[in-house]
Design a binder for this molecule. Sequence first.
Ligand SMILES: [Zn+2]
Ligand SMILES: [Zn+2]
Length: 304
Amino acid sequence: MVDLTKKCECGRPAILYRKYEGRYYCDHCLSKQVERNFKKTIGINRLIEKNDRICVALSGGKDSSSLLYLFWKVFRNRKDLKIFALIIDEGIGNYRKKCIKKAEKLCENLNIKLHKTSFKKEIGVTIDKIAKKTTKTCTYCGVFKRYLLNKKARELGATKLAVAHNLDDEAQAIIMNVIRCDLKRFERLGPMPGIIRDKKFVPRVKPLRNIHEKELYLYATVHKLPFSKRHCPYSKDNVRRDVRTLINNIEEKYPGTKIQIVKFYDAIIKKIKIKKKGKLKHCKECGEPTNQEICKTCELLKRI
Ligand SMILES: [Zn+2]
Ligand SMILES: [Zn+2]
């Protein structure tokens, strides 16, 4: 917790202490920092181009709510860009329904069109049903979500799909792939993963990947964005949770660790990226883009 008697350099009361900088930030200065970071990540990596139609993947949580708000704040006067939002109901009891309410409120406030879809409607099964048949609920959910986000974004005419991965998520993903020795997935991280061009694949962009999770929480709170604090009832002990705890502990002792992990990734990925720009195939069952004969979604659906 931040010492409430401390002041920001501008004189206002502090709400955040950045240990790796040794500096206190007030609500205004933190907001400016977050917005600058968002613009910088987009600028350096050329995540947004002229005439883009940006589909923001919303979940109703703090990260994606901040992401949509940032797009609105920074780009709302750009007449050539179109911004809209998409939320997926996985069919997890009432959990996502409550998140959807928050997302609806946010989109209403910002006057942004919200599109909704569900696993039940598009894939024919809910996560509640999947959970009764397998222990790998999160694997199914993750695969289905990527599949459906791409499919829906494309159908809505999006040229970019913006996802809300923050610095913590990115650092965790890097370390997890090291632990699993998964070079294929490791290569697919970064600000715009999967730059292989395919008419059925909407490029995914991650403008929040250099912003700490804690700062996004404060940002969403400062701007009074409607967001849900609930966690998915199926999330349980897994590798990611252990890696998160591990990185948070190291960050606490050696401030700046998360930034360093992501910087290291960015430096090394340029050297290891295999030059061949492979083409994507299209799934024999459903026609969606994949690098196998049959996509992961169709493969998983066969197993249950
Ligand atoms: Zn300040
Ligand atoms: Zn398929």
